[in-house]
Design a protein around this ligand. Sequence first.
Ligand SMILES: Nc1ncnc2c1ncn2[C@@H]1O[C@H](COP(=O)(O)OP(=O)(O)OP(=O)(O)O)[C@@H](O)[C@H]1O
Ligand SMILES: [Mg+2]
Length: 470
Amino acid sequence: MIPLSLAEVAAAVGGRLHAADPDTRVTGPVEFDSRRVAAGALFVAFPGERVDGHDYAAGAVAEGAVAVLGTRELPGVPMVLVDDALAALGRLARAVVDRLPALTVIGLTGSSGKTTTKDLIAQLAVRLGPTVAPPGSFNNELGHPYTALQATGQTRYLVMEKGARGVGHVRYLCDVVPPRISVVLNVGVAHLGEFGSVENIALAKGELVEALPADGLAVLNADDPLVAAMASRTAARVVRYGESADADVRAVDVTLDGQGRPAYTLVTPEGTAPVRLGLTGRHQVSNSLAAAAVARELGMPLAELAAALCDLGLVSTRRMDVFTRPDGVTVIDDSYNANPASTAVALRALAGMHRGGRTFAALGYMAELGAYEDEGHREVGRLAAELGVDRLLVVGEPAAPIHEGATAVSDWGGESVLLTDQAAAVEVLRSELRPGDVVLVKGSRYRTWEVADALRADVPGDGAGAGGAA
Ligand SMILES: Nc1ncnc2c1ncn2[C@@H]1O[C@H](COP(=O)(O)OP(=O)(O)OP(=O)(O)O)[C@@H](O)[C@H]1O
Ligand SMILES: [Mg+2]
């Protein structure tokens, strides 16, 4: 964090000091995991049901923390006392970004592709100046301020993913770190369970552009009508990206190579340039255009932009992470999470990859779909069959409607099997996969990862091409 005295911290968070010298400065990081504390740190103690951060406060001070931000006094521990540590962390982040006038905050939201596109924007922005972007998602009321607190006087760009599980969440995150550039990717049915309706999802995502100042910029997906309509909800200038004819930053002549990697002609008001992405899946056209629209706005010239787009790589893992094992089996590890839209793009990528063998899809349960759960799973199964996937492994009873959707497609030449769990899927894959086959692994988190990891670990000495660090 930028150096602040404890008096300044207390003022920023609306707290009071206890057993602390107001002039002592926080010069290190703000951490809530005592194992990460370094000299000069501020340790944040969250009261928890299972683990109470206050139990680790004295240890954090012994490791070099100059004070603890917490909710109750601890003997002999210098403290900034507050009622709500999470809200205080948000206020502290706001105080820090308000002290950094040279910082441009780029916020993005959408139902699918936030982390992927955040990583793309960060890869472009860092070419223009020091950039802070969170690892992985870090998109909630904890990860968001935590990331913002990493910004310093040198940082020029802060790229923030803003997640929402309900109306008002994005607005809160924008109060914590107000964006100057807001990017809205898409409105789908992810988290429909919590939101209740697609309209509510659009309402929630649009809060990101409502939060913009008049001299800010809204970057909107021209190809998604619910996103394009958000132009009327902002005082800021609007730039539209997409394949639509009226987009300001467009892709035309999109093609996919045999490995599912898109190429296109980038069309901007400054001219056109060819782009060949190293990323897998047609949806990366849209994600890369969003990133291009931002980088263009930050001042990257067209020729440099086109070249930089070609160099984009995967940063966060398990998102269309494609690797070919030494035995000639290609794995698409898209196991981070799943909803019908992201599964559809992954299935299309799978269907577009020709390695001379068969296509397999191991699909698990898609969480948080609410009333759309049954139909969402069925649709995915139907699409897998319609795309001609050769072998569908539906993992776990809750995902059964995928199996039903697929088997209902009468002229499908492939085969679907409903399996009890991940271990069973791994067993089937081990016995059936042959060189040249391509297998997609997808589902909502946790246990689906086991399938991808087993496929990764199966061949001694593998590691070839596995995409990027966490
Ligand atoms: N533009 C897109 N449209 C549809 N699916 C996409 C798009 N971009 C990425 N995906 C897929 O969506 C899944 C989640 O990607 P990612 O983690 O980037 O999204 P996210 O919005 O950050 O998700 P979360 O809400 O879980 O943080 C991945 O399987 C990815 O391949
Ligand atoms: Mg994410």
